[in-house]
Design a protein around this ligand. Structure first.
Ligand SMILES: Cc1cc2nc3c(=O)[nH]c(=O)nc-3n(C[C@H](O)[C@H](O)[C@H](O)COP(=O)(O)O)c2cc1C
Length: 321
């Protein structure tokens, strides 16, 4: 197992990605209990919510877990205060550069791992002194960059002398084995955990992921500057239509399309509403066939990778510690 995972004290090199609205205490604790690293999604929630989630995870498990901090959140400063006060073991960051919070987080004992969509950001983060990076390809559900996981991960591995976690399009033992072959130390999965029994999202959302085929996602928000991969449904098709018409007309007032997107992940998670909800999910949805406990998902990924890597130099990396 790579030194990063030894340091983390987790059994398996497998993260459950922080997901706004989705990754809360039930899922996070179940993943950490099963030997992965569960990560709370702070999203744009107030610090009081994040603190309550941290305490709820601590009440359910003694294992390490993380918090994903969205750097664009209006509550980012307070969320960092909470994460520091609660001595959270791992902090992953989305939407930007966490450099200005780095020394405070590390002094509080946190391992800091920003999500990076490119080699350039990975290098900048390495210079800032992060503990590793999560290289996330555009196959992922949620907000994405433009590189694919297959192309991004080995280039980031070559560019930085840090542990690299691969994310995007990984949902089984083949994905984990392939990521290790590309030089990653471990993987982060989001989409497959959408279908975990413990995940507190509307049944329509889970069923939509389970039913989705390989080509059932699309990317919204490119024109407004925050591309996100979501399942095809009336909401995402309408959004894309409006966005395309604005782009073609050269409009600079983007308020109509922004208004359509506002709160749409919450509507998917809480209401399961196909007309107004953005069901964020990745291209690997087609490989997710059933709702099952997080522990079963982790066992499936790990046994799959162990069988494939038997006798290879990577075998040790998937041996439980
Ligand atoms: C519903 C959903 C919400 C997400 N929210 C966040 C988020 O708030 N912050 C973040 O850094 N990544 C977020 N992600 C990305 C995941 O943490 C993870 O990196 C990604 O899902 C991995 O790719 P996969 O979906 O192909 O497994 C989200 C993904 C999904 C599916």
């Amino acid at each position: 197992m790579s030194p990063l995972f030894e340091r983390l004290g987790v059994r398996y090199p497998l993260f459950q990605g922080g997901m706004a609205w989705v990754a809360e205490a039930h899922l996070v604790a179940a993943v950490s209990e099963a030997g992965g690293l569960g990560i709370i999604g702070a999203g744009h929630a107030p610090a009081s919510y994040v603190q309550a989630q941290i305490q709820a995870v601590k009440a359910r498990t003694d294992r390490p877990f993380g918090v994903n901090v969205m750097l664009l959140s209006p509550f980012v400063e307070e969320v960092i205060d909470v994460v520091v006060a609660e001595h959270v073991a791992v902090v992953t960051t989305g939407a930007g550069d966490p450099a200005r919070y780095l020394s405070r987080l590390q002094q509080a004992g946190a391992i800091v791992l920003p999500v990076v969509p490119s080699v350039a950001l990975a290098k900048r983060m390495a210079r800032a002194g992060v503990d590793g990076v999560i290289a996330e390809g555009m196959e992922s559900g949620g907000h994405i960059g433009s590189m694919t996981t297959m192309a991004l991960v080995p280039q980031v591995v070559d560019a930085v002398d840090l542990p690299v976690i691969a994310a995007g399009g990984i949902a089984d033992g083949r994905g984990l084995a392939a990521a290790l072959m590309l030089g990653a130390s471990g993987v982060q999965m989001g989409t497959r955990f959408l279908s975990a029994s413990e995940t507190q999202i509307h049944a329509h959302y889970k069923q939509a992921v389970v039913k989705a085929k390989d080509v059932d996602t699309l990317v919204t928000g490119k024109y407004v500057g925050h591309a996100a991969r979501v399942l095809k449904n009336p909401m995402s098709r309408n959004y894309l239509k409006l966005e395309k018409s604005l782009a073609l007309s050269g409009a600079t007032d983007l308020s109509a399309v922004e208004a359509l997107g506002n709160g749409s992940l919450r509507k998917a998670v809480q209401d399961g509403d196909e007309q107004t909800g953005s069901f964020m999910a990745g291209q690997i949805s087609g490989l997710v066939h059933q709702v099952e406990p997080a522990a079963a998902i982790i066992a499936d990924v790990m046994t799959g990778a162990q069988a494939l890597l038997q006798g290879s130099p990577m075998a040790e990396q998937v041996t439980p510690r």
